[in-house]
Design a protein around this ligand. Structure first.
Ligand code: UDP
Ligand code: MG
Length: 320
């Protein structure tokens, strides 16, 4: 009987400075695996530097390594999804390309998987080398998300995790476009456990998550896992209407029972601008959900692959 297969999925975007070291570390790690076969699945997410050429070389030289090269940059979560589609493993590990997540931790993940857990997610106890801004926004984001989301999503947990085949198949059967993978895994259920680990500094290069991508990612997380913003906008609208009602009662009472009337532009302008603002915000929230519905109904493929390397026939992974 053959050994179970472990797939390690690595999304890469403009990582030429780290990719050589990453593949060395991962290969060294895999070589030390006993009674497990392995494959390394790299996804080149439309890098504009030498990443793709480097990955190609690595994949051609080693039958354990596969490369899926996207036609353009589709984003981290989509790259991870493509890796899950292509991985054949009985267990699949997601890991970043920048060595912030130490490969050695996978040993403990595998041990817990063998104990019967379907998901082992790494929880960051320490994050050296990240800006105070990133740390505090990340902290706030995970807590807010957890408050809003309908399924509990573990705090301070990234995509570094091991998943059993069962869980991967559930994720692959979820057709949604806005893919917030860590939330989708929570949604799937099964036996999940956390594994605390200290996150290292990026090996080289800089973060591929500029503020704009971070905001997009956070919005995706919240809007894909909660409809509370919609309820919130109803609440804000009701509050504004209640305030206006109080204003009316006040104005009428003054008019009927005193000689001083409410007058002036200021109050009027404030009321109009306030209501206008509230309305626009609520319409904006609606629009965000609408836009998501729109992109769902277009039913475009999630990603476009330019090239598969390391698969028999070069035509990509056979359906598993
Ligand atoms: N990444 C990707 N596509 C993107 C942005 C990032 O595949 O559009 C990959 C990147 O190469 C890395 C992982 O996602 O392997 C996490 O990115 P990064 O380390 O820059 O994020 P941070 O750790 O700073 O949050
Ligand atoms: Mg990183």
């Amino acid at each position: 009987m053959s050994n179970p297969l472990l797939s390690i999925v690595v999304p890469c975007y403009n990582e030429e400075e780290v990719i050589g070291e990453t593949s060395r570390r991962l290969k060294a790690f895999c070589a030390g695996l006993t009674d497990l076969d392995y494959e390394l699945v790299f996804i080149d997410d439309g890098s504009r530097d030498g990443t793709r050429a480097l990955l190609k070389e690595i994949a051609m030289a080693d039958p354990h390594v596969r490369l899926i090269a996207f036609a353009r940059n589709f984003g981290h979560q989509i790259a991870v999804s493509a890796g899950l589609d292509a991985a054949h493993g009985d267990a699949v590990v997601l890991i970043d390309a920048d060595l912030q997540d130490p490969p050695e931790v996978i040993h403990q993940m595998v041990a817990l998987w063998r104990e019967g857990y379907d998901v082992v997610y790494g929880t960051r106890t320490d994050r050296p080398g990240e800006s105070a801004f990133k740390l505090s926004t990340a902290r706030t984001f995970y807590r807010l998300l957890n408050k809003l989301s309908d399924v509990p999503i573990p705090l301070d947990t990234g995509d570094f995790r091991l998943m059993s085949r069962k869980v991967v198949d559930v994720l692959r059967a979820m057709p949604e476009r806005d893919r917030f993978v860590r939330g989708m895994v929570s949604w799937a259920g099964f036996r999940q456990t956390s594994l605390p680990y200290a996150r290292a500094e990026r090996f080289a290069g800089e973060s591929k998550y500029p503020l704009k991508k971070m905001i997009r990612f956070a919005t995706d997380g919240i809007l894909s896992f909660s409809s509370k913003p919609l309820q919130l906008s109803i609440g804000v609208g009701m509050t504004a209407a209640a305030l206006a009602l109080l204003g009316i009662v006040y104005a009428v009472a003054l008019r009927l029972f005193t000689n001083i009337w409410v007058e002036g532009w200021t109050a009027l302008m404030i009321a109009v601008l306030f209501l206008g603002g509230v309305q626009l915000v609520c319409v904006g929230i609606l629009g965000e959900y609408m836009g998501r519905v729109y992109s769902e109904v277009k039913r475009r493929p999630l990603y476009v692959v330019d090239e598969y390397i390391g698969y028999a026939g070069g035509s990509g992974p056979a359906a598993s």
